[in-house]
Design a protein around this ligand. Structure first.
Ligand SMILES: [Zn+2]
Length: 375
């Protein structure tokens, strides 16, 4: 069995590039993980997701435990085989989504009981149960079970919640056990408070994890507050382990996070916005439903090599969106994932060349130009 490891290859300021080695393949960092909530990246075949440049996908424990259930996926050979993706998968712990989606939640020291948002059935998640589910799924990178208060919250509430999450981190570590070839990540909490983040980082490091996530951000605090927290939070975590910013984000959030020392990110945005007619390009956001595209024979982005840009016009993408055709979401999702992965590759190259500052300046200058002039 190949062990897992994290190899830092270059730094430029606080930005880092490297590789996470796992038995299922390398994850080049900074890495963007497309989200495959219900064992699919919506509208994309796994081979197509790989073609965009993704090394790893994210799966959601909460959704999969409710439907089709972790036990069923295990009987069918695990999540990789079930969804036909043979590269690494990271699963979240279910904690965040229980808090945002489930009904009739009851939080105790033991864990959370709740009713499914799908059929009202009763379930329980605890550190031990979350570790069991993620093991049944066959996840390569397992996340600790944690609790995250909605912001804004008062400092005492954030501190209590963080300390509960640290006790759950120890229980997660104990329940995970020794599993060569698999990684367990701890999750730093503490809201926007520097001292609470430091206390959390220290608690996690004394337990010891294979990687560390910055949790509890991208929950509506805004980019300025998030960057303010990222100015200190990643630096409190070990330098020789991967750092993962959960649930981020827009392209400019991602560039700002990498600049501040983040190695991994995930977000539903490229796939979700693809289904609602929104495209992300080097020149910013394009709303394909806008009438200005109806007669435009040009591609979404003439420099992009994805199938949507190589083979179709803006006029076609506009037409299929307005007609409610399935191919609309498929093509725009493909383009968006391709754009995100190109952005990551651009940052990895720039950090390796020690030219991240120039990359960042060019990134913002291109976006400043806005979309191409209408025909
Ligand atoms: Zn494209």
């Amino acid at each position: 069995m190949v062990e897992t490891s994290f190899e830092l290859k270059a730094r430029d300021g606080r930005a880092r590039t490297g590789v996470i080695n796992t038995p299922r393949g390398e994850i080049r960092t900074p890495a963007f993980m497309p989200v495959g909530t219900a064992a699919t990246v919506k509208g994309m075949l796994p081979g197509s997701v790989r073609d965009t440049g993704a090394d790893i996908l994210l799966g959601n424990t909460y959704h999969l435990m409710l439907r089709p259930s972790a036990e069923r996926i295990a009987r069918l050979g695990g999540l990789h085989r079930f969804m036909n993706w043979d590269r690494p998968i990271l699963t979240d712990s279910g904690g965040f989504q229980v808090m945002s989606l489930a009904e009739l939640r009851k939080l105790t020291e033991e864990g959370v009981t709740f009713r499914s948002h799908i059929d009202g059935s009763k379930h329980m998640l605890s550190p031990e149960r979350s570790m069991e589910i993620q093991r049944l799924l066959g996840s390569d990178i397992v996340m600790c079970f944690d609790e995250c208060p909605a912001l804004p919250a008062d400092k005492a509430r954030i501190a209590d919640s963080m300390r509960l999450s640290m006790r759950w981190a120890q229980r997660s570590r104990d329940a995970f056990g020794d599993r060569p070839g698999h990684m367990l990540f701890g999750i730093q909490q503490g809201g926007l408070e520097e001292d609470l983040r430091a206390e959390s980082a220290e608690a996690l490091q004394s337990i010891g994890f294979d990687g560390y996530a910055v949790g509890g951000l991208a929950v509506g605090e805004g980019q300025e507050a998030m960057f303010g927290c990222l100015d200190f939070a990643p630096e409190q975590l070990p330098h020789d382990k991967p750092r993962y910013l959960m649930g981020v984000g827009k392209p400019d959030d991602i560039v700002g996070a990498v600049k501040r020392g983040i190695d991994m990110m995930d977000c539903v945005l490229p796939s979700r916005s693809g289904r609602t007619g929104q495209a992300w390009t080097r020149r910013g956001q394009v709303n394909i439903k806008n009438a200005r595209h109806a007669d435009d024979p040009r591609p979404l982005d003439e420099h992009c090599t994805c199938p949507a840009c190589r083979s179709y016009s803006r006029a076609y993408l506009h037409h299929v969106f307005r007609s409610g055709e399935m191919i609309s979401g498929m093509l725009l999702t493909w383009h968006n994932l391709h754009y995100y992965q190109e952005l990551m590759q651009g940052m990895r190259d720039a950090i390796a060349r020690q030219s991240f500052a120039q990359f960042e300046a060019d990134f913002h200058a291109q976006r400043q130009q806005g979309d191409i002039e209408p025909v």
